[in-house]
Design a protein around this ligand. Sequence first.
Ligand code: AMP
Length: 475
Amino acid sequence: MLFSELPLANPLQRAIRAVGYETPTPIQEQSIPSLLEGKDLLGIAQTGTGKTAAFALPILQLLLDSGKFRAPKTCRALILLPTRELAIQVEECFKQYAQFTAISSTCIFGGVGDASQKNCLVRGVDVLVATPGRLLDLIGQKAVSLKALEFFVLDEADRMLDMGFIHDIRKVVALLPQKRQNLFFSATMPDDITKLASTILRPNPVRVEVAPQSTPIERIRQELYRIDKRRKGALLKELLQEHTEMKKVLVFSRTKHGADKIVRVLEKAGVKCAAIHGNKSQTRRQEALKNFKDEKIRVLVATDIAARGIDVDDVSHVFNYDLPDVPETFVHRIGRTARAGKDGIAISFCAPDEEQDLRAIEKLTRIRIPEGDKAIFEKLPPPQKETPESEMRNARGRGFPKPARQQKPVQSPEPSQASPKPPRQQPPKTAQPAQHAGPGTKSEQPQNSGHHRHRRNRPGSKARRRMRASGNTPN
Ligand code: AMP
């Protein structure tokens, strides 16, 4: 099937040609005809399948057909999305597809001032793309009302729930007029999502399911490097230096702090890069994203939340600098490459304490990730020994440890605020565990050596007194 065979008006057909689409993707082919008939739709699809055009084109066509006009401070179609990046991208798509029509669109999201967003709503807008919090805020301020709404799209529903938007979604849905056409998209359909869908969609919606999670993964070439945490930066740097074909590289970091650290390492090595995460202003995030899209920087380092829904074409490589706790996140991450039928490469770094995460990922994807070329390790500095402090630093950002990790004896003298509390148990009585441990175990390393002794751990300190009381005085 070709786009030209779909019953879409000339201005839309022109726009489709202008953006270079010829054949509809499966989700577009399956959704557009039903949506044009006014049916509700339940779409199980992830980003990269062409789902934006699958809902945007028929909505634009129906808006054109209806002959109605937008009233002040109202919208006719509402697209609800979990993140600002995603909202901006979807609105950009609407703008592209509607470029030869008089249909207006605007985008509202939090984290920036609301004055210009309110201004855009004064005369009303045909398509409003919004994140839930800011939408409710502006509704509260009477800057916009949903009473004239004709189309409601809830996109990335599973991520919305992951991000705790369920109450906001319910509040928005309660404000929608009864008569409306609903579209509900989610990459996964666990029970809570199915339940939510049933409260929004009319009975018997058209169900379209495309690209189950395993399909794109099979197109992605994967490599695994088992590497201690401290040398991950050096490994990334080496790989980037060795492989000039890594042109548009997305690196995932578990934490914001970690993302900044990666940028510092790469910048020092002369690699053009930037980070996007929740501590960066919206302007800086947009700037970094634009520079990455325009290939002014080679590497974009992102946290999972910041990267949600990032739509950048031709990402050549995705790096999992840290493995995610949630295996599904891994699928979303590497799905940033190999989009729109292209191939991609995903490279994962796995530190010893991430083996559990790796197993969960391999179980979910049913793929055993092959190890990368070990020759690269010869170019790296030798592994450094872990100190209690570095172990604690490494533990930060991982949230609470999984039970298996909790069982490790916690050797640090004081729990850090950022790291989970050690279990309330007597620490091991031996002060020199290396004598009893086999080679390669962590206890081989000097613990609490004079060099690493923290101020709190000096003779006479509170921590020292506590340790003495528990029979674990160093030295
Ligand atoms: P989406 O899943 O909506 O985020 O789309 C992923 C990417 O596919 C975007 O870069 C779109 O511009 C592109 N795309 C969507 N539909 C088509 C199509 N029919 N042909 C070629 N590219 C498309």
